[in-house]
Write a protein that binds this ligand. Structure first.
Ligand SMILES: [Zn+2]
Length: 207
């Protein structure tokens, strides 16, 4: 269960001792969509014990943010539930089939593991560099995704969705080119959760 504490927008800053992890080995069970052999990518693992976070969970220590970078020619939509510290369950995937390997928007199967620290919330309206990854806040241009969990009271609606994370294709020094087709793109990978069922909802948006 995830609970929003406030809607502050917190930038992530690269730090060797940071508690939030970008990339790394996608180790959770359930990260490969049914009928496919191409796993999704671990974009971030959020340490939920960080008191700075604008959201919390009484029963999870960490929150994995996965995105299907090798699907949908750069524009896939995925929704999943976090079952435990070691397992997710994909409940919605569009499209369900991966891109041809030669045409996939990224070529690597996992990103280097890089640590980030969470900074205090910015003052509302304060501009951030485009390259800043953030946790919390709201999507300024709307377009929240609808919950696709048929067992959820908010099924088919985006009314119960809260933003968890906004991640641009961040430059990782020493690992240039890892974003391949996404490299330098003006887009964000967004992660929401649905208050009705805790489903993680993810999609990207061009700015
Ligand atoms: Zn829901």
């Amino acid at each position: 269960m995830i609970t929003q504490k406030n809607n502050g927008e917190h930038p992530l800053e690269r730090s060797p001792a940071g508690r939030h992890v970008f990339g790394g080995h996608p180790h959770h069970k359930g990260i490969t969509p049914q009928g496919s052999e191409v796993p999704t990518h671990r974009i971030f693992e959020i340490d939920l014990s960080d008191p700075t976070l604008p959201f919390t969970s009484p029963d999870l220590r960490s929150l994995p943010l996965y995105y299907p970078l090798k699907y949908g020619s750069g524009g896939p939509v995925m929704q999943y539930r976090v079952i435990s510290e070691s397992e997710i369950q994909i409940i919605h995937m569009d499209p369900a089939d991966p891109d041809d390997e030669d045409w996939a928007y990224v070529q690597v199967s996992e990103f280097p593991e890089v640590r980030f620290n969470l900074l205090p919330a910015i003052v509302p309206g304060q501009g951030l560099p485009f390259s800043a990854a953030t946790l919390g806040g709201t999507v300024p241009y709307g377009g929240d995704q609808e919950c696709m969990n048929t067992a959820c009271p908010n099924h088919g609606s985006s009314a119960g969705c809260e933003l968890l994370a906004t991640i641009p294709p961040v430059d990782i020094e020493g690992h240039e080119g890892i974003w391949h087709e996404f490299e330098g793109g003006y887009l964000f990978f967004h992660f929401w959760y649905c208050r009705g069922c805790d489903t993680i909802i993810t999609a990207n948006r061009c700015t």
